[in-house]
Design a protein around this ligand. Structure first.
Ligand SMILES: CC(=O)SCCNC(=O)CCNC(=O)[C@H](O)C(C)(C)COP(=O)(O)OP(=O)(O)OC[C@H]1O[C@@H](n2cnc3c(N)ncnc32)[C@H](O)[C@@H]1OP(=O)(O)O
Ligand SMILES: O=C(O)CCC(=O)C(=O)O
Length: 467
């Protein structure tokens, strides 16, 4: 049986225990036009990453603002995320990293595609590029830094150049991390796709060459960055470079929260490695303080991902949330939300009306699934969507009005108010304004209602009242 999250078989990711995460929200994320992170923002993000138990992050150190934030992060004294630097392939950039006490590792940008080597950098040959990059790596190693070689635009590069070049990199630093940069998102996750695009084949070949550490840094220009990152991890990469909410250049990077959610819910051995408890709060922080807009249907953190409206879904969710939720909301600090809208059926109306009635009466009310008043409310709601240009769901206030209309009566000592069981009494105004909305054929309505004393009471089993 597969009826709970625990019942689901986990994916056995080869080398799962070696996989680690390197965050680049503060580096690549900051490159996104319109994003400006002040020191306090970077520190807050650092804290959230710590809460998530992310192993590493990278940051620029080009100016005093960056350096200051970097030092402040290290002042927390946290074991993780380790704060690492970023440099272009030249000694001057590496010197900037070395100026920040406490940084023990740096990434080095090594651009390898033809347009990058010959156009962007104006170099004359692959050999010239290779020499520049090998020298930069040697310089970092000589100065005691751990290194990452960022093989920029490698999914659009000539592998007759790239593979022999990487061989030379690992000769200089056998422990260096080779970061495969799918800079324009050209990579594909298909097992038989060849270089430069085929992520599985490139990763497998690097492993065969003796590369110890491989990192995936994937952009989302074609919307398949998740697939490419996971393909890299599946075939032997041990690091994933990610940004929170996928912020970054153009279409952004692979989302940190998506990879973490995938690993901890779907992959064997990751249950307690990372935490997503504060990730919803983190997303709200980014919206509020950094000015991002998180789409409501965004995986893991979108405000709609545990909101359910349609009849079949809500009826399933009410019985067992596993039917239509990929993981429990608590996992990400989220909240389930049952909504009533144009695609809702009666079960969600029943359950919400029950809650509303309980709240109105201050007791635990119960409404049966077949209750004709629920059908009446459903009909009223359908009419609302028939005749009005309405997009929003039914609000709590509107539902309260419906519940009052069908379940609550007004007491008037001078008049006969109720005559029979289940007789709803509509408030005067509602009745006058919407006579056709009261399903007179199905639900008997007492017309002669005074608007005097207003009290609420359940109509179930209410005795006749005499003058
Ligand atoms: C794909 C990526 O995300 S790469 C990271 C992109 N991020 C950033 O650029 C943000 C940080 N950048 C900066 O602060 C600045 O660009 C700096 C400090 C790095 C350099 O500033 P400037 O010296 O004014 O150079 P500018 O920004 O105009 O141009 C970039 C330079 O980097 C060089 N460059 C590009 N790739 C590399 C590389 N792999 N190794 C060495 N130099 C490189 C370019 O050739 C260009 O130099 P050139 O004009 O002499 O040809
Ligand atoms: O530092 C890197 O990861 C390389 C530059 C980059 O961000 C990329 O290739 O997308």
């Amino acid at each position: 049986m597969m009826r709970t999250y625990e019942d689901m078989p986990k994916i056995k990711l080869p080398h799962a225990k070696d996989i680690k995460i390197s965050d680049t929200t503060i580096r690549d994320g900051c490159q996104m036009p319109g994003i400006v992170m002040k020191k306090n923002h970077k520190l807050k993000i650092f804290e959230y990453l710590h809460d998530m138990r992310i192993e590493k992050l990278e940051t620029f150190v080009y100016n005093e603002r960056d350096k200051d934030a970097c030092r402040a992060m290290m002042d927390y004294g946290y074991e993780f995320p380790e704060v690492t630097g970023w440099a272009r392939a030249n000694p001057a950039d590496i010197d900037e990293v070395l100026k920040v006490d406490g940084i023990r590792e740096t990434g080095i940008l090594m651009s390898v595609s033809d347009s990058h080597v010959f156009d962007k950098m104006g170099l004359k040959s692959y050999e010239e590029a290779e020499t520049k990059y090998l020298n930069a790596l040697q310089y970092a190693v000589d100065h005691g830094l751990k290194t990452r070689c960022h093989i920029e635009d490698s999914s659009r590069a000539n592998y007759d150049f790239v593979y022999p070049f990487i061989e030379k990199l690992i000769e200089i630093d056998p422990n260096t991390i080779i970061r495969i940069c799918d800079t324009l998102g050209y990579g594909v996750p298909f097992p038989d796709a060849v270089e430069p695009y085929g992520i599985p084949i490139v990763v497998k070949k690097l492993k065969e060459m003796g590369v110890k550490h491989i990192e995936m840094h994937v952009h989302d220009d074609f919307g398949i960055s998740m697939g490419n990152t996971l393909a890299g991890l599946w075939y032997g990469a041990d690091w994933a470079s990610l940004t929170f909410l996928g912020i970054g250049e153009r279409a952004g990077n692979t989302e940190l929260e998506k990879i973490v959610a995938f690993l901890i819910t779907r992959v064997e051995g990751f249950e307690d490695r990372y935490s997503l408890k504060k990730v919803t709060e983190f997303a709200e922080y980014m919206e509020r303080e950094i000015g991002l807009r998180v789409p409501r249907n965004k995986s893991v953190v979108g405000r709609n991902i545990f909101s359910h409206e349609s009849g079949i879904h809500t009826a399933g969710i009410i019985k067992n949330p596993f039917t239509y939720e990929p993981f429990p909301p608590e996992l990400v600090g989220g909240k389930r939300n049952l909504m009533i809208g144009d695609t809702s059926g009666t079960e969600v109306i029943r359950i919400k009306a029950e809650e509303t009635l309980s709240e109105l009466l201050g007791i635990k009310a119960q409404i049966e699934k077949g209750d004709i008043r629920i059908k009446a409310i459903h009909k009223d709601i359908q009419k609302m969507y028939d005749v009005e240009d309405r997009r929003s769901c039914v609000s709590d206030e509107e539902l309260k009005d419906f519940v009052r209309k069908y379940y609550v009566f007004q007491v008037d000592d001078e008049e006969e108010v109720l005559q029979e069981e289940y007789t709803p009494v509509v408030e005067k105004n509602t009745h006058i304004m919407n006579p056709e909305r009261v399903p007179l054929d199905e639900v008997p309505v007492k017309k002669n209602v005074s608007s005097k004393a207003e009290k609420v009471a359940p109509v179930k089993k209410v005795a006749s009242k005499k003058k």
